[in-house]
Design a binder for this molecule. Structure first.
Ligand code: HXC
Ligand code: NAP
Length: 272
C-alpha cells in the first residue's frame, strides 16, 4: 500500500481556525493541497484567514459562527457541504481561557469557557456528523494539558477539555462503525499564541516555560498541524480514540511546574 500525506481534492474544515494554532493547522492543510474552510466569531478574522489560505493556492471559504450557537454552526457547516460535499477532515479547536481561581470567577465566567470549549465541541460534532465522509473521515479535537493535569486558575479549562477528550474517546466507539476516526491532539506550550500570552504574560515567563520543556523549546503551530495531518492521512488509518500529546515531552514532566507558576500568577492577579 502506498501511503500519502497529499490532501489534494480533500475537504478540510477547521472550526476556530482563524488565529493561532488552529489557523496554522488550516494553513498547513492548504499548503498540502486541501480545500479548507474556517469558522469563528469575528468576520474580519475569517476574511483574513480565507485570503491567507487562497494565498497558498488553496480553494478556501469561511463562515462566521459562535460555537455556542448550534443554529449558526449548523448553517455554516451546511454552506460548506453545499459548496464542496462531504468532509474528509474536521478539526474542532475553538476555545477560550483566562487565568482565574474558581473563587475569583463568576459562575457565568466558568460557564462561558465550558460552553465554548465543551458544549461548542458537542455542537460542532453533532452538526458535522451528517456531512462527514463515511467511511474515511478523520475528526481531530484540539485539547490541552489541563485536561489531565490540574493547574490553579484553570478549573474551567480542565473541566471543559477533560470533557472534550472523553467525547473523542466515546465517539471513536460510536462513529467507528461508520468508518470515522476521532482523535484528540494535546498541544504543549505553543509560541506566539493567545493561549501562551494569557498564561505566560511576560518574556521572562515565556522563556521559563520554554526551558521547562524536555525538548527545550516552545512548539509551533506546524508541530500541531503535522500531528493533525498524520492522524488524518493514510498513515493514521488505524488510529482512533487516541489522545496524543504533541508537547516535546512537557506532560511527562508535569508540565514543567506550570501549576506552581500559575498559582503565583493568579494570586497576584487576584491581589492575594
Ligand atoms: C475572571 C473573567 C475573565 C478573567 C472574562 N471573565 N475574563 N472572569 N477573570 N480574566 C468573565 C466575564 O466577567 C464574564 O462573567 C464571563 O467571563 C464571560 O465573559 P465575556 O467577555 O462576556 O465573554 P465572551 O465575550 O463570550 O468571551 C469569552 C472569553 C474570552 C473566554 C471570556 O476571553 C474569549 O473570547 N477568549 C477567546 C480567545 C482565547 O481565550 N484564546 C486562548 C485559548 S488557549 P460575568 O459574570 O461578568 O458575566 C487555551 C489553552 C491554553 O484554551 C493552554 C496553554 C498551555
Ligand atoms: P486563539 O488564537 O485564541 O484561537 C482560538 C480560535 O477559536 C480563534 O480562531 C477564535 O476566533 C476562535 N473562537 C474563540 N471562541 C470562539 C467561539 N465562541 N466560537 C467560535 N470560535 C471561537 O488561541 P490558541 O492559543 O491558538 O489556541 C488554539 C487551540 O489550542 C485551543 O483549543 C486551545 O485550547 C488549544 N491549546 C493552546 C495552547 C497554546 O499554547 N496556545 C496549548 C494547549 C492547547 P474568534 O475570536 O474570531 O472567535
Amino acid at each position: 500500500m502506498s501511503l500519502t500525506v497529499d490532501f489534494k481534492g480533500k475537504t478540510v474544515v477547521v472550526v476556530g481556525g482563524t488565529s493561532g494554532i488552529n489557523r496554522g493547522i488550516a494553513e498547513l492543510f492548504a499548503r498540502h493541497g486541501a480545500r479548507v474552510a474556517v469558522a469563528s466569531r469575528k468576520e474580519a478574522k475569517v476574511t483574513d484567514t480565507v485570503a491567507a489560505l487562497e494565498g497558498h493556492g488553496a480553494e478556501a471559504m469561511g463562515f462566521v459562527a459562535d460555537v455556542r450557537d448550534l443554529d449558526a454552526v449548523e448553517a455554516g457547516l451546511k454552506s460548506v457541504h453545499e459548496a464542496w460535499g462531504d468532509f474528509d477532515v474536521l478539526v474542532s479547536g475553538a476555545a477560550g481561557n483566562f487565568p482565574a481561581s474558581l473563587n475569583g470567577m463568576s459562575a457565568n465566567a466558568f460557564r462561558s469557557v465550558v460552553e465554548i470549549d465543551l458544549i461548542g465541541t458537542v455542537h460542532v460534532m453533532k452538526a458535522s456528523y451528517p456531512y462527514l465522509k463515511k467511511p474515511g473521515a478523520s475528526v481531530v479535537n484540539i485539547s490541552a494539558p489541563q485536561a489531565f493535569l490540574p493547574m490553579p486558575g484553570q478549573s474551567h479549562v480542565s473541566a471543559a477539555k477533560a470533557g472534550v477528550d472523553m467525547i473523542t474517546r466515546t465517539l471513536a466507539i460510536e462513529w467507528g462503525r461508520d468508518g470515522i476516526r476521532v482523535n484528540s491532539v494535546v498541544p504543549g506550550p505553543i509560541g506566539g499564541t493567545e493561549g501562551m500570552a494569557r498564561l505566560a504574560p511576560t518574556p521572562d515567563a515565556i522563556e521559563k516555560v520554554a526551558a521547562s520543556v524536555p525538548l527545550n523549546r516552545l512548539g509551533t503551530p506546524d508541530d500541531i498541524g503535522h500531528a493533525c495531518m498524520y492522524l488524518s492521512s493514510d498513515m493514521g488509518a488505524y488510529v482512533s480514540g487516541a489522545v496524543l500529546p504533541v508537547d516535546g515531552g512537557w506532560a511527562q514532566s508535569g508540565c514543567g511546574g506550570m501549576g506552581a507558576f500559575l498559582g503565583k500568577l493568579v494570586a497576584q492577579l487576584e491581589g492575594r
